[in-house]
Design a protein around this ligand. Sequence first.
Ligand code: A3P
Length: 337
Amino acid sequence: MEGRNEMEFPFEYRVLDSEESEAPCNYFNKFVTKVIRLGSKGYFFFKEFDSTALDIYNMPLRPSDTFVVTFPRSGTTWSQELVWLLQTNLDFEGAKATPLVTRFPFIESTGFWKLNFPSEYYQDDNFEKFMKEVYATSPEMIKSLPSPRFIKTHMPLSLLPPSLLDTAKVVYVARNPRDVAVSNYYNYKSQNIVPVDREFKPFWKLFMENKTLWSPYFEHVKEAWRQRNHPNMAFIFYEELSKDLPGVARRLAKFFGKEYSEEQFEALYNHLKFDNFKNNKSVNMAEWQEIGVMKGPFIRKGKTGGWRDHFDEEMMQQADRWIEENLRDTDLHFPTA
Ligand code: A3P
């Protein structure tokens, strides 16, 4: 285990046996050969993420830290930009000057860096540049950042430092799992984590079986939902952002103890509007698509309910059952989309 002893992990650590790992390893690209489950909820990761997960759990925090925590493709980027602007007195110039990936680093991204990408993806220097700029943040590097720090993570609360909520501010964003699954599928294909010829239906099955990165989806969301009334936690839905961006922005401004004029809020909504956001080079990663490292746009459709175009009757019924079963023990409900 690359110099790490399983005993070192302060949470459960299990390498999936060949039977359990066969389906995900066959579906994901060929460099995915060993998969693990971490923590009591058994969060699913590629083996290469293990030491990063340990470093994150042990990372020193500061009271001035702000975390955006999400299951991937739940509106993280959109929320990061909103949070960053609210916290920086709407520094639109600063937001334009420095890419969001630098202003608001993705803390477990070194897990991707450690993947053994085969040479056909390493076509040229662009790939290396991409990995260095987008995926080279480590918990170690974050120690040297000046305060206030802004940190993006897809880690569930139970794999983040136990003192997180009593120390730093956390914004958790949740999204309808059907849209999350579709969006993840396209994003993985775009980034070569999944070969381009793979269908969505088997991905959906893996998603429901908690065999995609950062799954189980429902445990991830429910852990945060249970903390939604903690004074340092703001829990928001992608669907709320879509339907009522002004309402969410005002709620978050209050959460951060900030006040802005009507005109300032208007400028903020305009900045975050889908069409403007999609064309904003500081957040859209278009550069990577232009040079062929990403196969599709990172900011894709931006719709609620787009999943309907990807689910057949059988999948719709599976989804209804799966969601109902998983919401049975909670008062969490997704805003309808
Ligand atoms: P789709 O793939 O459904 O289009 P994340 O940032 O967590 O990776 O989430 C990406 C999802 O958020 C994508 O969903 C993306 O299009 C959507 N998104 C990003 N910015 C948005 C915006 N300003 N308005 C609406 N949706 C946005």
